[in-house]
Design a protein around this ligand. Structure first.
Ligand code: AKB
Length: 313
């Protein structure tokens, strides 16, 4: 490789798994993982990096001759609603620092994660179109809409190649989510394989778009590897995997663990979930760079339980 790849937020739910996949593809020495803290099990090159500090970001980008950045640092929807101004400050400042360090050091490609949280109450619930007007209900969603527009601005103004996906809730056995509204769909599996009851913070009938980790990682890398001329969406692509309610997920888990129990105690996250679509239309991603998910509710459930049982036993 001509230079190295930097991941910010590399100790997080997506970052930790994406880092391993990038190490596998491009070699451990070519991947610089960064975060405020290193995971205990991490193997490879790691930098403690506070992405709110521009000088620190700029130094790492220039020191390692970084040619690609996956910028995964963010405060998610639920935590963002507890501290709205901090969430805005962190989500925007870190992205600006990455954009500016990339412009100055001529980074070739940047990945910026957006979210289904860009949509709000006014959007159609089913198969919400890529271009429907964005009226987010959370600070997290507002920061993602702003980020998408800044990505487009840096592309138009400076020619920076920034690519982005609007992730649904991500479900994986490798890592734990933190501070999101879709986190229940991971937490529930840990309770099920440990024979514990799960108390769900969303109501039984709340449908949300979700994606399995393997599909999310594959989508991210396929988007980053697509030829530039195939990228018609310069803000962020909708991608979808599957949609289900907590009740449907419970039934799917009960096919393997029939005794598994759930109780419903919706909290403030219910309002956030109610403002998001049930499903989103990802035809632009399918047409432009051949996106297609592999996992549905039952194959995801089987794989999650198999892997978590191996981990806990
Ligand atoms: C969250 O729940 O905040 C995230 C997301 C859907 O972006 N998982």
């Amino acid at each position: 490789m001509q230079g190295k790849i930097l991941i910010t937020g590399a100790s997080g739910q997506l970052g930790s798994v994406l880092t391993m996949e990038l190490q596998r593809r491009f070699g451990v020495a070519n991947i610089i993982a960064s975060d405020l803290k290193q995971n205990e099990t991490f193997i490879g090159c790691f930098e403690v990096l506070d992405v709110t500090n521009f000088e620190a970001v700029n130094t790492i980008v220039s020191k390692y001759n970084i040619i690609q950045i996956y910028h995964l640092v963010a405060i998610l929807s639920a935590n963002g609603e507890k501290h709205p101004l901090d969430a805005w400050e962190l989500n925007m400042k870190t992205f600006f620092n990455v954009l500016e360090a990339s412009r100055i050091n001529k980074v070739k490609k940047i990945f910026f994660p957006s979210s289904i949280a860009v949509y709000g109450d006014n959007a159609p619930e089913d198969n919400t179109s890529q271009d429907f007007v964005l009226s987010p209900s959370t600070v997290y969603g507002i920061s993602k809409v702003a980020g998408e527009n800044w990505a487009n601005y840096y592309f138009e103004k400076y020619g920076l190649d920034i690519r982005s996906l609007r992730y649904p809730g991500i479900i994986g056995h490798q890592s734990l989510p933190g501070g999101g509204t879709t986190d229940y769909a991971v937490d529930i599996f840990h309770k099920a394989v440990n024979n514990e009851k799960y108390e769900c913070f969303l109501s039984a009938s709340t449908t949300l778009p979700m994606i399995y980790m393997d599909d999310a990682i594959r989508a991210t890398i396929e988007l980053m590897e697509a030829p530039l001329e195939k990228i018609s969406v310069k803000t962020s692509y909708n991608i979808s995997g599957m949609s289900f309610t907590p009740e449907e997920l419970h039934k799917s888990i009960q096919k393997i663990h029939p005794e598994f129990e759930i109780i419903y105690k919706p909290d403030f996250r219910q309002n956030i979930a109610d403002s998001w679509p049930n499903s989103i239309d990802d035809s632009h991603a399918r047409n432009d760079w051949n996106w297609k998910p592999k996992y549905d509710l039952s194959s995801m459930t089987l794989d999650m339980i198999k892997n978590l049982e191996e981990k806990y036993c």
